[in-house]
Every structure is written in structure tokens, then in C-alpha cells.
Design a protein. Structure first.
Length: 256
């Protein structure tokens, strides 16, 4: 069952001082690359595994990845584990375009950690340390150190801004507190301030029932082993870093 756990300031301060490679490795392993195909191409994004039960698991991500498919097409996830890449196939369980959050369910995830979500009423303070994870340009996950720069600046609904500007492919990736919990998912870029925007986990509250009911429901088929993907050299010549400088001020730019 997905239950938010209160993040205490004192615990966070101690965890921050002791944060090491082990915690970051958990974030990397729990961060997946999402792919949703539609009639004219494929949408790439990121997500965080927040619940596990055997092979079954739930990924928290952003809703705008499903605008072209309205959640009706299969969702593929690449999991990077112990130097190997595995592919699982799932489906969008529920999404909310207004708050830009979504849950995706998978029946065939490999053995991997799930990241606890912060308390629904928890929001960091500007100046706090944080960490963001995602799949830059649809590559393997990477974790960045960041700073919390603002809370609820672009909307009256709970959202977090970070000093790191998300790159293409990081939509749906997580922002984490110093004690290791998921605080929000990547929506896009605030071009006015040059910062990342993350709807807070509070927005997942109305979606939780659908996710919990799906986890309780028996799988229709026997769990299958995730497909192992053989890596091949991949060209990145199509991406021009100068494109990120062409974002026009005054409008929200999604990082998908």
C-alpha cells in the first residue's frame, strides 16, 4: 500500500550529512526510462518506482507523457540494474492532466528498490538541498545535486522549483529530499527563472486509490521475466544543446 511517511527536519539533517553513494544508487536503480509509442512516434520520459510487491510495481511520473495516447497504449520501462538493462511492459493506471501527475503499473519488474514518498503535507524550504534523477535525452538515469529555489511560485497548487534545469527526457523524474524520499515529479522548465518545476507528491493523493486497488488485484497472467536488452552504440548527433537556449520567456516549457 502506498503510504506517505513524514519527513522530519532533524532526520533529514542527519541523513544529508551521511548521504553517500548507496542512497544515490537506490535512486538510480529505482528511476526508469519510460517509452510510450503513438501514431507519429514515441514519447520518452522518466519515472520512480514507489511500490513493489514481487514482480509487480508502481511508477510515479508526470501525466503529460500521455497526452497523445490518453493512457490507452502500453508503457515500456527500461530498468538499469547491476550494469544490465531490462525492459518491462505496463500500463497507465490513472493520470491527472490538471496537476500533471500519473501512476503506471508493471507486472514484470526485476528485483529493484522502491522509494518512499514524502508526507503529502511536506514541502521543503527554499535553500534546502535536494537531488533530482532522470534519463537525459532518453539515456540511462543520472542523479544531480540541486537546491530548492522556490515553493508554489508558478501556481497556487503545491510545486517545487530547483536550481537544475531538466533536460529533455527527464519529464516524470523525481526530486528527492536529503533523507531520500520522493518529493515531486518533473513537469518542465520555468523559462523566466531558468529552473525546474516539480508538482509535489500531494497531487498523488487523489490517485492513490486506483493504484492501491490495482496492486491488490491478482495479475491476469503469470509474472514473466523482464526482457534483457543488449546495449548498442547510440548516436546523439540529433541533439543540439543550443536548443535549450531558445525557450521563450513567459510560458511553461515541458521537458518531455
Amino acid at each position: 500500500m502506498i503510504r506517505p511517511i513524514l519527513s522530519l527536519v532533524a532526520i533529514a539533517a542527519l541523513a544529508c550529512s551521511a548521504l553517500g553513494d548507496e542512497v544515490k544508487d537506490r535512486w538510480l536503480t529505482a528511476t526508469v526510462r519510460l517509452m510510450i509509442s503513438h501514431g507519429s512516434g514515441t514519447v520518452y520520459g522518466s519515472g520512480t518506482v514507489v511500490e513493489r510487491n514481487g514482480r509487480r510495481g508502481i511508477v510515479a511520473t508526470c501525466a503529460h507523457l500521455f497526452r497523445k495516447t490518453e493512457g490507452q497504449q502500453p508503457v515500456h520501462a527500461d530498468v538499469y540494474l547491476n550494469g544490465q538493462r531490462y525492459r518491462s511492459t505496463g500500463k497507465c493506471l490513472i493520470y491527472d492532466f490538471k496537476t500533471d501527475v500519473a501512476y503506471v503499473g508493471f507486472d514484470d519488474l526485476p528485483d529493484m528498490p522502491a522509494i518512499s514518498m514524502a508526507s503529502y503535507d511536506h514541502l521543503p524550504r527554499p535553500g534546502d538541498s535536494g537531488y533530482v534523477a532522470g534519463c537525459d535525452y532518453s539515456s540511462a538515469p543520472a542523479v544531480w545535486d540541486t537546491k530548492i529555489t522556490a515553493i508554489n511560485r508558478v501556481s497556487t497548487t503545491p510545486n517545487i522549483e530547483t536550481s537544475q534545469v531538466p533536460r529533455q527526457g527527464r519529464s516524470g523524474g523525481g526530486v528527492f529530499s536529503a533523507d531520500g524520499r520522493l518529493m515531486g515529479v518533473c513537469q518542465g522548465v520555468n523559462p523566466v527563472h531558468g529552473e525546474g518545476i516539480y508538482p509535489a507528491v500531494e497531487h498523488f493523493r487523489p490517485l492513490e486509490r486506483a493504484a492501491v486497488e490495482w496492486m491488490r488485484r491478482p495479475a491476469r497472467d503469470q509474472p514473466r521475466e523482464p526482457e534483457r536488452i543488449v546495449e548498442r552504440p547510440r548516436s546523439t548527433d540529433w541533439w543540439n544543446p543550443e536548443w535549450s537556449k531558445q525557450i521563450k520567456p513567459g510560458r511553461l516549457s515541458l521537458s518531455q
